[in-house]
Design a protein around this ligand. Structure first.
Ligand code: BEZ
Ligand code: FE
Length: 307
């Protein structure tokens, strides 16, 4: 009996030809290679070949791409990870994060970590001011850490960091800003409450003096991140949350350079022009106030839980 032709023709030849290029490469894989590696590399080969076929690059364009990747690698140091920046501006960092943190509704969503997190920042008591350079508009941040049912989570660790009013993180300006300016670690109390003082964040550009900045410019995109405070909130038995809170009045909210904004993370910042309220917390009026609650999801992946 005659069998119909398969709809997708797969070459059985080991020799390269344009039509079957990805199949020829993938057929070379050792069947005993690691299963995950086989899956990843074969998918990458398939999509890469499809992209090249669609683009039909000239040799000059292909070498320009190789040069771009070379320069991206050369830009990397202990402090500068240009490849992560590339992944950030292409939306891939946010996509990987979304795939890995599909939380139940109501839980605080994740967003991008960014390169300026520093472990072991100073630990503070509730109410401390993390702004050590005195610049910017004073802000008080307060709220609760709870589980999805609203039960308080005591002893949650809240790590916070942000830029100063000039738009730089302390680690970008060593010797200019005080060490650990605008970063610190707080702990929620028995009712899950936390609070601290800081300054209203402002928008700032991601590092754009390298190949990724050049690419952004060539694409007609700006390098600005919408104004935010970073948080990592962890508690035993809960999925750690790496997130931000965004100011609602930032002009870059809908065009964040790294696609980090999520609607649920835009907070209400209220300007308080009340000298008594200001005096009570050691500020002068006016000051900004934001109330922000973190809702933690029970960890579903034991390898991701903090013990
Ligand atoms: C940040 O928010 O700190 C950041 C995120 C991605 C790239 C650069 C900076
Ligand atoms: Fe940031």
């Amino acid at each position: 009996m005659q069998h119909p032709e398969p709809s997708v023709s797969v070459s059985s030849s080991p020799y390269f030809d344009e039509a079957h290029s990805a199949d020829v490469v993938n057929a070379r894989m050792d069947p005993n290679a690691d299963v995950r590696l086989k899956k990843i590399t074969s998918i990458l080969v398939r999509h890469l070949h499809a992209a090249v076929k669609e683009i039909e690059p000239t040799h000059e364009e292909w070498f320009a791409a190789i040069r771009f990747l070379t320069e991206t690698g050369q830009m990397c140091t202990d402090w500068r990870q240009e490849y992560i920046l590339l992944s950030d501006i292409l939306g891939v960092s946010m996509l990987v994060d979304a795939i890995n943190h599909r939380r139940p509704s109501g839980a605080t969503p994740n967003t991008i970590l960014g390169p300026f997190y520093v472990a072991n920042a100073p630990e503070y008591k509730s109410g401390a001011n993390i702004c050590l350079d005195g610049k910017g508009e004073p802000l008080v941040v307060a709220g609760r850490v709870t589980d999805i049912g609203g039960t308080p989570v005591p002893n949650a660790k809240l790590e916070v960091w942000q830029t100063n009013d000039d738009g730089f993180y302390d680690v970008q300006q060593k010797g200019i800003q005080p060490d650990s300016n605008l970063r610190g670690v707080f702990t929620s109390d028995a009712e899950g409450r936390y609070w601290f003082k800081s300054v209203k964040p402002r928008h700032y550009p991601i590092p754009s003096d390298g190949p990724v900045g050049k690419l952004l410019g060539a694409m007609g995109r700006h390098p600005n991140r919408a104004a935010h405070l970073h948080f990592i909130v962890t508690a035993p038995g809960y999925d750690p949350v790496i997130t931000h809170i965004f100011t609602p009045d930032c002009p870059y909210l809908s065009e964040d350079a790294v696609f980090g904004v999520k609607r649920e993370l835009i907070a209400e910042f209220n300007k308080i022009d009340d000298p008594d309220a200001a005096r009570e917390i050691g500020f002068k009026a006016p000051f900004w106030s934001v109330t922000w609650d973190f809702t933690l999801a029970t960890s579903t992946n034991p390898t991701r839980a903090i013990a």
